[in-house]
Design a protein around this ligand. Structure first.
Ligand SMILES: [Zn+2]
Length: 158
């Protein structure tokens, strides 16, 4: 049936919610009674689900986030001992915000793990490394010669 091939284009629009209510009603009524369009709609739904799953980055579970946070706190504490923070620049507010910055940096970095793991960097100084079974967290001064206290925090899946 030639009409069904024209409707095939509309099936995608139906799934995306792009049809107006009258078009949607008519199409759904047709699909209900047409085996070809029904199976096409079903295969579109499967494709869409697979596409969504394929593009979803692996999300750490809440439990894993807890361990990442603990690892960062531990590694940052270790790095602070080795980075010389000039007394004059040390403000309590900045100090208090470091863990928040570290966590924000971690959120960003987890997203780009794939890229980071392929980049070969020469660390300027031996980094502090915290590692668990699942994650390795490296903390090192970003610019050791400036001693401005900037830290590079890298989280990778072990
Ligand atoms: Zn049909």
């Amino acid at each position: 049936m030639g009409g069904c091939d024209k409707l095939e284009l509309k099936l995608g629009a139906l799934l995306d919610g792009e049809l107006d209510s009258q078009e949607e009603q008519e199409l759904r009524a047709h699909v209900a009674g047409c085996h070809l369009c029904r199976s096409r709609l079903q295969s579109f739904q499967v494709l869409e689900r697979e596409a969504v799953a394929a593009f979803r980055a692996p999300e750490p579970t809440e439990n894993e986030w807890g361990r990442i946070g603990a690892g960062i706190r531990e590694a940052v504490a270790g790095a602070r001992k080795t980075v010389a923070f000039p007394r004059a620049q040390r403000s309590p507010l900045i100090e208090a915000l470091v863990p928040a910055f570290a966590l924000a940096a971690c959120l960003v970095i987890v997203v780009v793990i794939g890229i980071l793991s392929r980049v070969n960097r020469e660390p300027p100084r031996a980094p502090d490394v915290y590692s668990s079974k699942e994650y390795e967290i490296r903390v090192e001064p970003l610019a050791p010669e400036d001693e401005d206290g900037a830290l590079w925090i890298e989280v990778t899946r072990g």
